[in-house]
Design a binder for this molecule. Structure first.
Ligand code: EPU
Length: 427
């Protein structure tokens, strides 16, 4: 495959406004929900990132009809996707599709619920450590599915899924989404306990209710779902991407920058705001926007990633880059994934002083970063390297930047508008 290389001439101040796109991690399960009925789903504010394109292709592969439209034209954000699955033509999600995004596993529950059969190639996605799906499988098996591994494929079959009372052994975002979708068409009532509370899960519930699903929340983290025989079409606006918003907010905290991040839900990023305030960053919040001005002396921080509402693992790499600019010793513990510090070796090539010990990175700052030849290892790591490249003196070239486009819509263009010297080369 052709490599995508991002090159950045660092050290230019960023200034102006950036508008956040729709949330990739909300759009992916919501597209998978198209399997749950024959009606038309119309999504607005869809980010046209690579993972979303792959999910759309997966739906087409199994029988969906649909189109992607852009009311504003060109590459502008805010796409509309109309999709319907009149019949689920094939229960097979091929390797070609599944190996590029792990989100393909989200098709398992809805396909089983709709037609009693699913064959999904084992999911790919970011290499950020062990990414098990045993909780998804345990849940579906207790609903009556028979699941076998056939080579590279997971093959699942069931008669109508049955309602269950299931406690997730640990928090899982896509696991919660998979079982929520499966339960909407199951026979009887399902209670899912210890559910993930990420805003993307909540947004999926909003969509499922609009499709006619009967879902209510019980206590702090349980959902009660009364199964229906069919769901119908609906229109839904995807929530703003809190991880993209957080990435630009962090960008604004580097020296010399002044950025307004628009179209955000501030409550989705409470922990990041607390950490940045503790670092002494100049950050303010209005109803739908963040404002960040770099230049304050940054203090070090102690950060531990945790399920929502804790500090998001998907912003750990970007914050680590910012912490190289704090004066003193910071510590970042990664508790969600067991191999999510691959950006550290790349940041070290830029002069960062970081040691990884077990599940923690110890960052000594402040370091003057310098441009370097880097390689993006995963989606959020690539954003962290872009932030490093923007702050560094000289040129940075980031190979394997396909990773960035899996989850950030038009990032080079958005940064160019803020004044960055950033270009994409395909070679
Ligand atoms: N886990 C299990 N068993 C399971 C499921 C999860 O042990 O059956 C473990 C995982 O191994 C991991 C932890 O639980 O250690 C959390 O995994 P989770 O299932 O919550 O992650 P995910 O659903 O695969 C989603 C996002 C990720 C994000 C995580 C955590 C999507 C499509 N992906 O992944 O997003 O990091 O939740 O918030 O929603 C990204 O956007 O860059 C990204 C990686």
């Amino acid at each position: 495959m052709q490599d995508i290389i991002i090159s950045i001439q660092g050290g230019r101040p960023l200034a102006g406004s950036v508008v956040v796109s729709g949330a990739k991690n909300a759009a992916l399960p919501e597209l998978a929900a198209a399997c749950l009925g024959p009606g038309v789903l119309e999504f607005s504010n869809v980010p046209l990132v690579e993972d979303v394109k792959v999910m759309f292709a997966a739906l087409r592969e199994i029988g969906a009809e649909g189109e992607i439209a852009n009311p504003l034209g060109g590459d502008s954000q805010g796409h509309i996707i109309r999709v319907a699955m009149p019949v689920l033509r094939s229960p097979l999600v091929s390797q070609r599709i599944a190996r590029t995004t792990r989100a393909s596993v989200l098709l398992l529950g809805p396909m089983l619920a709709r037609c009693g059969e699913a064959r999904v190639s084992l999911p790919g996605g970011c290499p950020i450590g062990e990414r098990k799906i045993d909780f998804h499988l345990q849940g579906l098996e207790s609903m009556g599915a028979e699941i076998r591994f056939e080579g590279e494929y997971l093959a699942a079959r069931c008669d109508r899924l049955q309602g269950i009372d299931f406690t997730f052994p640990g928090k899982t975002v896509t696991g919660t989404e998979n079982l929520l979708m499966a339960a909407t068409l199951a026979e009887g009532t399902t209670i899912l306990r210890n559910c993930a509370l990420e805003p993307e899960v909540e947004d999926l519930v909003v969509l499922l209710r609009a499709m006619g699903a009967d879902i209510r929340m019980e206590g702090e983290d349980a959902y009660v779902i009364r199964g229906r025989t069919a769901l119908h079409g609906a229109a839904h606006r995807v929530i703003p991407d809190r991880i993209e918003a957080g990435t630009y907010l962090i960008a604004g905290c580097f020296a010399g920058n002044e950025i307004r991040v628009e179209g955000v839900v501030p409550g989705h990023l409470g922990e990041l705001l607390t950490v940045l305030a503790g670092m002494g960053a100049s950050v303010s919040v209005s109803e739908h926007a963040f404002h960040a001005r770099g230049g304050s002396m940054l203090h070090p921080a102690e950060v531990v990633t945790a399920p929502y509402p804790g500090f998001p693992t998907d912003l750990q790499a970007q914050l680590t880059t910012l912490l190289t600019q704090a004066t003193g010793v910071s510590r970042v513990r990664e508790t969600i994934f067991n191999d999510r510090f691959r950006h550290v070796d790349e940041l070290k090539l830029m002069g960062a002083d970081i040691d990884v010990r077990g599940d923690a990175a110890v960052i000594r700052g402040r370091t003057g970063l310098r441009g370097a030849g880097l390689r993006a290892t995963d989606l959020r790591a690539s954003a962290a390297l872009v932030l490093g490249g923007l702050a560094a003196a000289g040129e940075t070239r980031i190979a394997n930047s396909y990773q960035l486009f899996r989850g950030y819509e038009n990032m080079p263009e958005k940064l160019q508008k803020l004044g960055a010297a950033i270009a994409i080369n395909r070679g």
